[in-house]
Structure formats: structure tokens, C-alpha cells
Ligand binder design. Structure first.
Ligand SMILES: Nc1nc2c(ncn2[C@@H]2O[C@H](COP(=O)(O)OP(=O)(O)OP(=O)(O)O)[C@@H](O)[C@H]2O)c(=O)[nH]1
Length: 316
């Protein structure tokens, strides 16, 4: 492409609705980012990413501004190198990456970046295009969050709990350090609904989840199993220690005064605990925890039972 044709091509790029820049590798073999000179940025690029040519004359400057965190920058550079090599091997013209870019106005946005790995317009000239997918990413993240959360209590849902239980089983098998599973159920919850209404029942479930969260922190996986049942996965292989931790939630809940309209009332929970054993799958773990819970219910609730595999232990 002659210089004249190149100018016409840049004018053409200015009419494109996709942010694009053209880069020239002055020393193609060196890999020196200072020798990768940015030749042109189109209008869409200036309106989105925004760095004028004067601010980013080469790749080194561009990288420093677009990826200000050194660790992230390093990570991106390594990824680009690996993916460009793969694209070359497959005889493809472009490599693609999804990256978070700090724009000229200081905002961080997510872009899908398409970078030529083979020159098409002129030797050692490469076209790089950017598609802003920030809104789509935010929306997807929201949907993803919704799909794993229980809408009422803000805890995880059954679906996510099972996924996490399987991950914990894999982790326990590969590291040799186990975990505990606890199933906690509010006692006589149905009476709350019957006496004070469903909305009051919802308030009790939400408050119970808050008490659990306060005591357990974010380290453990807390999920609503169904109705008034919650399941907790705790990275503690000794169920006795797990019991001591859950006992704090059990006590806090017992001591809490639920206030609904002009009524004050107390609630209790029954908890069944078990620990991972080699050979367990998610179902067998949950069944054992439920078995311990049901044994607790049989003796009137308000108790913590541990199922060790070799028998049941009651404790409070
Ligand atoms: N308010 C409210 N009630 C729910 C919800 N999901 C299930 N329930 C009710 O929870 C009740 C079942 O609770 P259970 O735990 O089986 O009954 P319980 O009275 O607590 O009995 P025990 O567990 O044996 O002590 C039923 O009345 C359901 O309608 C919910 O999201 N909100």
C-alpha cells in the first residue's frame, strides 16, 4: 500500500463505527514496545478509549496508561503473547482478548480487542480494533449473580451450593484437607407463617440469614436449601470445631428477639453436622447432615447433632 493509499485507508477507518488503531513495528524482531509506533487512531477510538496520538506515541506508553496496574499489565502482555502465537500456528489473521482498559477520561471499561498477528495492509503494520462490551458484561454479571442467589435471603441457592459442594469434594481429594457440611432448620417455622402471616415468615428467614452471615463471615458458603433449611459448607474438617463455630450462630439466633408489628417472639434452630469422608458425593454428605438434623428434630429440636459416620452425637 502506497503512502497515499494509506492516508485514504485512515480516512476510511475514521468512518468505521469500531474503535481502531494502526501500529507500525519499527523493529519487528526486537519485541521492544517503544519501537511499536502508533500511526493512527480513528474517530470512534478517540470518542471511546480517547487517548490522542500525542499521549500514546508507542505501545509502551499505551500499555502504561491503558493498564495502570503493573500486575494486570504483565498478565495481559503474557496472554497476548501466548494467544498471538496460537493464532499464528492456526494460520489466523487476528488474536482476540477481553481486557479491562483505563480510558483517557479515567473510567475503566471492558473491551473485546482484536489484534492482527499478520500484516494485511502493509508489512509490519497491524490493525487493532476495540469493541466496548462493558454494558453487556455488567448485565451478564448481574444475571449470573441472580442465578446463584436466593432472592429472599441473599444467600446462595441450592444450585450453587451443589456446585460448590462438588468443588469442595474435588479440593478435599486433591489436597487431603476436608470440610464440614451443616444443615440448619428453624424450629416450628410453619407456626410463624400461620400465626403472623407469610411476610413475617419472610422476615424471620431474612433475619436468620443475617445472623448466620454475621457469625460466619464470608469465609463459608451459606445457602438456603429449601423452606426454612439452610446449608453451610465450612472448610473445617473437624466437625467438633465446626460445631463450636455454628454454636455461636445457634446461640445468637436463640437470643434474638424477633419484632413483628406489635409482637415479639424467639426462634430456635436445629443443626445437623457431618464431615467429608473419602468416597462421599454431594448427595451422601447432604443426606448425612439431614439425617443428623432429623434426629435433632425427633428429640424436639433446638439442638446440634453431629453424624460422624460411626454414629450420632448430640451437643449444644
Ligand atoms: N414465609 C415463607 N414461608 C415459607 C417459604 N418457603 C417455605 N415456607 C413455609 O415453610 C413451612 C415449612 O417449614 P418446615 O420447616 O417444614 O416446618 P416447621 O414448622 O418448621 O417444622 P419443623 O422443621 O419440623 O420444626 C411451610 O409452611 C412453607 O409454606 C418462604 O420463602 N417464606
Amino acid at each position: 500500500m502506497s503512502n497515499e493509499d494509506l492516508d485514504s485507508f485512515y480516512t476510511f477507518l475514521d468512518h468505521l463505527p469500531i474503535a481502531t488503531l494502526v501500529i507500525w513495528f519499527e523493529q519487528p524482531e526486537s519485541g521492544d514496545l517503544n519501537a511499536q509506533k502508533i500511526q493512527h487512531v480513528n474517530l470512534k477510538y478517540l470518542n471511546t478509549i480517547g487517548y490522542p496520538l500525542s499521549a500514546t506515541p508507542d505501545s509502551a506508553c499505551w500499555m502504561d496508561l491503558a493498564y495502570p496496574e503493573p500486575e494486570y499489565r504483565q498478565q495481559i502482555m503474557e496472554k497476548w503473547q501466548a494467544d498471538s502465537a496460537k493464532a499464528m500456528q492456526r494460520n489466523e489473521v487476528t488474536a482476540k482478548e477481553v481486557v479491562r482498559i483505563r480510558c483517557f477520561d479515567g473510567r475503566e471499561r471492558v473491551f473485546e480487542v482484536f489484534s492482527e498477528v499478520r500484516s494485511t495492509i502493509r508489512p509490519n503494520y497491524y490493525i487493532i480494533s476495540f469493541i466496548d462490551i462493558t454494558d453487556m458484561t455488567t448485565e451478564l454479571e448481574g444475571l449470573k449473580r441472580q442465578s446463584i442467589m436466593d432472592q429472599l435471603t441473599g444467600t446462595y441457592n441450592q444450585h450453587y451450593l451443589l456446585q460448590r459442594a462438588n468443588q469442595e469434594i474435588d479440593r478435599a481429594l486433591s489436597t487431603g484437607s476436608g470440610f464440614s457440611v451443616m444443615m440448619a432448620d428453624l424450629d416450628f417455622f410453619k407456626m410463624v407463617n400461620d400465626r403472623y402471616g407469610h411476610q413475617c415468615g419472610d422476615y424471620v428467614l431474612l433475619t436468620t440469614a443475617e445472623i448466620f452471615r454475621k457469625v460466619l463471615g464470608n469465609l463459608d458458603c451459606l445457602a438456603r436449601w429449601n423452606g426454612s433449611d439452610f446449608v453451610i459448607l465450612m472448610r473445617e474438617e473437624n466437625p467438633e470445631i465446626a460445631r463450636k463455630i455454628i454454636q455461636r450462630a445457634w446461640q445468637s439466633l436463640r437470643a434474638h428477639s424477633f419484632e413483628w408489628q406489635s409482637h415479639s417472639f424467639a426462634m430456635t434452630i436445629t443443626v445437623g453436622i457431618t464431615a467429608f469422608q473419602v468416597g462421599d458425593v454431594a448427595d451422601s454428605l447432604l443426606e448425612r447432615a439431614d439425617y443428623a438434623l432429623q434426629r435433632g428434630k425427633q428429640v424436639g429440636g433446638d439442638i446440634i447433632f453431629i453424624e460422624t459416620g460411626a454414629g450420632i452425637n448430640s451437643t449444644v
